[in-house]
Design a binder for this molecule. Structure first.
Ligand SMILES: [Zn+2]
Length: 425
């Protein structure tokens, strides 16, 4: 009886949430009938750090939702590697009471998202499983999710960890080493170790989380100074994390900002994979040092929705051309174009879109995050010029706005920079 009530609650909550946010349809074969008495199953070929839920006290775990979650992780059939698509999710901070922002998501919304993943029968994989798939030693189901969390916010321990544990989902923490004090809003190494015993794994997110201006300041001094700075932030942060937590082989660029000098040094430091903030599905052909991620902003439910939509064509192999519907208004540089400038002005003409609340219009650019773009309500446009050269071969631009009726809107496009262009100031 109790179990039926559980099902009813699930179905009702899913309907409300799915309808509200217009989510893609749930898998017609959701796993909701798994027996609570079934033993968790381990999967073959797990290496170091990948034993997300291989737990000693299974006797206790079999009666919890976590046990069901871990047992269900690989119930979907495995497919040849090239057929799998992974949506990498990136989160930051959580709270049920503090005001939401791009970096802060409602804890209850995280729970709803995890519930959506479970109900849709999408496989949540560990970082270790992701790496094994990318490097050719593992097959996965067709649609997978990899959960990552940046910076090391304390709410990951207090709010998100209990949810991941309940669902039996592994998760990967990208930590920057100066934010491991356990004071204020940060987590302590002890909290992280506890989570590592229950599904968490760890990667680096630099030493001090430099913003693009900081990287460029060191680059301006000269190549030697720049390399020294990269060694310290990207190389030394790995060494420090390994001392604290054991082997580390992943990195996540703060703000997604990366360039050829950084990327060229990654494997020398011992990294096998590095992650950006460009929202796209990942295929096994992805450049392992520029892996796309969907950053789940607390203010925009459409991002999670798009991440969960495995039917769309926007699957990227890292540097390949992306196929997305173009924005419904004129933009420069044009969607899909290749520009011969590292310093293009990015514009969107929103004149043809009715009912926009112009105070809400925002622009995000890959590698920069939210940029201080100028919004002109009279000319109905938004515009931003990068203050520095952009080295990334492909740029994604996102425009978010609210309509006067309160509905949230989002459009995005990509353009590429001709890598032969160098002579610019
Ligand atoms: Zn960060």
């Amino acid at each position: 009886m109790k179990y039926y009530m559980y099902l009813v609650v699930l179905i009702v909550s899913q309907l409300t949430w799915g309808q509200m946010f217009d989510l893609p349809p749930i898998d017609p074969d959701p796993v909701i009938s798994s027996s609570p008495g079934r033993s968790p199953r381990t999967t073959p070929g797990r290496g170091r750090g990948g034993s997300a839920f291989v737990n000693d006290d299974t006797a206790e775990e079999v009666s919890t939702p976590a046990a069901r979650g871990s047992a269900d992780r690989f119930r979907k059939p495995l497919v040849p590697r090239e057929k799998t698509r992974v949506a990498v999710l990136g989160y930051h901070n959580f709270s049920e009471t503090r005001p939401v922002s791009d970096m802060l998501l409602r804890t209850s919304e995280l729970r709803e998202q995890m519930e959506y993943i479970r109900r849709s029968n999408i496989t949540v994989i560990s970082m270790q499983e992701f790496l094994e798939w990318r490097f050719g030693t593992r097959e996965l189901p067709e649609h997978c999710v990899l959960i990552t969390l940046d910076d090391g916010w304390r709410s990951v321990y207090t709010d998100a960890y209990p949810i991941f544990r309940e669902y039996g989902y592994p998760f990967h923490l990208f930590l920057y080493t100066s934010y491991l004090t356990g004071r204020g809003d940060s987590m302590s190494p002890a909290m992280i170790r506890e989570m590592m015993a229950n599904g968490a794994s760890v990667g680096s997110h630099s030493g001090s989380h430099p913003y693009p201006s900081e990287w460029r300041k060191h680059e301006k001094v000269g190549q030697e100074e720049y390399v020294k700075f990269i060694d310290k932030e990207i190389g030394a942060s790995r060494t420090r994390l390994e001392k604290l937590f054991g082997p580390v082989d992943t990195y996540c660029y703060p703000g997604g900002y990366n360039d050829e000098t950084m990327v060229g040094r990654m494997s020398g430091y011992g990294y096998r994979a590095a992650f950006t903030v460009i929202p796209n599905k990942v295929s096994c052909e992805v450049d392992p040092m520029r892996i796309d991620r969907y950053m789940v902003f607390g203010t925009d439910p459409s991002i999670f929705r798009r991440a969960m939509d495995f039917s769309r064509a926007g699957v990227s192999a890292g540097s390949s051309v992306r196929s997305l519907p173009p924005p419904p208004f004129p933009v420069t540089p044009q969607a899909g174009s290749v520009v011969a400038s590292h310093l293009p002005t990015i514009t969107a003409q929103l004149g043809g879109i009715g009912g926009i609340d112009f105070s809400s219009v925002r622009m995000y650019v890959s590698g920069f995050g939210r940029v201080p773009a100028q919004v002109d309500a009279t000319r109905r446009s938004i515009q931003w010029t990068s203050p520095c050269r952009i080295y990334m071969p492909q740029i994604s631009v996102h425009i978010f706005w609210k309509n006067t009726d309160g509905t949230r809107q989002h459009a995005e496009w990509f353009y590429s920079i001709d890598q032969k262009v160098t002579a610019e100031h």
